[in-house]
Design a protein around this ligand. Structure first.
Ligand code: SF4
Ligand code: SF4
Length: 334
């Protein structure tokens, strides 16, 4: 059994859906400018103060691109005395001066996305020439000012052949860890799925073939690390809506997290309680005994089966013959 929490210990803030890049998979379907209705910086600061008062100890900022959010450094300065902070970025604009500003604002850790080990692969993915060099420079600049940096890569048809190259590159740039992430069928990724998704067997081959240089840690969420981490997950999208996890952004809306303190939504929203409950139809015995899998990720379970209690098809033992390169009709119809 997962512990039952009365309030969330940490929160993810999708601070904006603006971004200068045009990634083929962008889950937020980002635009170059902030979208109408996004929560402004002053309101984020107020919301984060309330979260800290009510026991949240960590904020993870993502987007969109957090650095594209007007007032992002003000948000960071206001929140770093209250909680641990992390920021996910593609590094655009993260030059030496910005790294110093992030350091002065108290940022605890940065995670930089790389979608290739070579400029040609990454820049083709982001549709932005020069974005590979900027991402690499961002990692160097962060490390130089003493902000620990990790690299993230999403496993796709295009990144799979370059994974070990990305590990070597990340190590050379000074990253401590590389997170290899699964591809979710949301936003632009859903529309590009046939072109970018890998069969599960190829995903497992890529994960098994990872050869990190000594001193570099790899994080991944495939069997037997396929956690159902919903029990502790809390997230607010750019428009102030409580969505539990950013990977549930297209499936749920638990309520207005600007008007209502998040822990109240956490305790009272029935669907949110259900998703966090760990109530699943099937769980992998190996994962359950070693890692507390509890049926695996609820986002991909729901995406393929349309049920919150369904098994996660990204888990080899729970896949039951599902072809991950094909999206189910109910998802395409949404
Ligand atoms: S960098 Fe992130 S936010 Fe920007 S387009 Fe790419 S995936 Fe979307
Ligand atoms: S939807 Fe998946 S990634 Fe998100 S909290 Fe739940 S299990 Fe974790």
């Amino acid at each position: 059994m997962n512990p039952v929490l009365e309030s969330p210990p940490k929160i993810t803030i999708g601070v904006t859906e603006a971004c200068p890049l045009r990634c083929r998979h962008c889950y937020a379907d980002c635009a170059h400018a902030p979208k109408a209705g996004e929560v402004d910086a002053a309101t984020w600061i107020r919301v984060l103060h309330t979260l800290a008062e009510r026991g949240v100890v960590q904020a993870y900022f993502e987007g969109g691109e957090p650095l594209a959010k007007p007032g992002f450094l003000d948000i960071l300065r206001a929140v770093t005395p209250l909680m641990m902070t992390l920021m996910r970025t593609h590094g655009a604009g993260l030059d030496a001066a910005m790294a110093r500003s992030l350091r002065e604002a108290g940022l605890g850790r940065a995670l930089v996305d790389l979608m290739g080990a070579r400029a040609a692969t990454h820049d083709a993915w982001t549709e932005t020439p020069g974005s590979f060099d900027e991402a690499c420079e961002a990692v160097r600049n962060l490390v130089a000012v003493g902000i620990p940096a990790d690299v993230l890569v999403i496993l796709t048809r295009q990144t799979a052949p370059e994974l070990n190259g990305i590990l070597k590159l990340a190590h050379r740039l000074g990253a401590e860890r590389v997170g290899v992430l699964r591809l979710y069928p949301m936003g632009r990724a859903k529309r590009a799925w046939a072109d970018i998704a890998l069969p599960l067997a190829d995903q497992m081959r890529a994960i098994k073939g990872l050869r990190p240089p000594e001193g570099l840690t790899v994080m991944q969420s495939w069997h037997p690390n396929d956690h159902n981490c919903c029990w502790q997950a809390a997230a607010i999208n750019a428009f102030g809506r409580a969505i539990g996890c950013m990977y549930l952004r297209e499936y749920v809306d638990h309520g207005d997290a600007v008007a209502t303190p998040y822990d109240e939504i956490w305790r009272t929203n029935e669907l949110y309680r259900h998703i966090r409950s760990g109530d699943v139809e099937e769980r992998c015995a190996t994962c359950s005994s070693t890692q507390g899998s509890h049926g695996g990720c609820r986002s991909t379970a729901f995406a393929w089966h349309g049920r919150w209690t369904a098994p996660d098809p990204f888990d080899t033992t729970l896949n039951h013959g599902i072809d991950l390169t094909q999206l189910p009709q109910h998802l395409l119809d949404r």
